[in-house]
Design a binder for this molecule. Sequence first.
Ligand code: PLP
Length: 397
Amino acid sequence: MTYHGGREYLAIPGPSVMPEAVLRAMHRASPNIYEGELIDMVAGIIPDLKRVAGTEHNATIYIGNGHGAWEAALANVVGEGDHVLGLYNGRFGVGWGEMAEGVGVVVEPLDFGMKTPVDGARLEAALRADTSGRIKAVLCTHVDTSTSVKNDISEVRAAIDASGHDALLMVDCIASMGCDRFEMDAWGVDVAVAASQKGLMVPPGLGFVFFSEKAAARRAKMPRVSRYWDWTPRANPEFFYQYFAGTAPTHHLYGLRASLDMLYAEGMEQVWARHEKLAGAIWTACEAWSSGGPLALNVPDPKHRSCAVTALHIGLPHGVNLRQWCEQNAGITLGIGLGMATEEDPKGQGFFRIGHMGHVNAQMVMGTLGSMEAAFAALDVPRGTGALDAAAKELAR
Ligand SMILES: *Cc1c(COP(=O)(O)O)cnc(C)c1O
């Protein structure tokens, strides 16, 4: 007997749940890409995207996933032989660094482990040591989705400023935008990248690159940038096709318009507060379970946890069995562990992740936690009691 009939719930850290309003907006005939409604709609999307990122500067949209946005951002400000600092606390930080290496950039890694954020003092020291100014940019994830560590970007900025170094600050907000508070201009970020399929609740396929005037000045000094990645005509198009260097991603744009409308109807402060509250309920339940069994939150300090995703360790075989039980019996898919391999667990399957980004509310979180409780009972996983009660109280508080 299984109970997975009913609406499925993909509770992984992206792609996230698509709201009905987004799906309905996309369900339409192809629009004219030369004049009319679509052209006006895109002109309205750009300022609204800037508001989500907290910037008054430049916003560009690429047809591509997060990896595409990573490369787009790099292509405009660094090239073969340039050095960057890669700040790592998980697989995605490393991945952006590898993307830079792939285009000939020399990446100097600063590794902060898998459970703790960037240490500003170490960053400051590394930049101070660069007396020749070879480092052109600092790459940092806001939230590393593999570990669920959240970096304090204003502290990263403060460390760069304290060092007196003029490297660009480039931040990967793919997991965090529309979930964890992010304020590009106030926090002194030069380049921010995001994608459509996480907090922005649209299918995978759009990448966003936001850039400051300082980053634009760096772009102007680049010997060349590929026509496709070049952000200059995209940010200041003379003709509509320049927004996308070709055909517009028509249906994704209708979906994005609907999602931006939802974000503004709710209000960004409330969107961030909702994510924080729901994440708090999940952490409270997980802490209760972990008090009497093998479950452990990956990031010990709640201050450094993302409100969009939670990475957990439960060991083997529970990690595999839990996800399988939830999917087959409860219709909910939890995320696999990513980049968490150890010697005794070479595939990192003792880890799993709960995605709680975007179109998520209290009943979905309680459903997730209730399904996990049922799985633990069915699989006879030792655990502390009172998890659901604690989560309910957290939501009621
Ligand atoms: C999802 C994610 C990516 C990769 O995005 P893709 O769309 O899969 O290419 C990069 N960085 C972070 C922080 C992410 O969460």
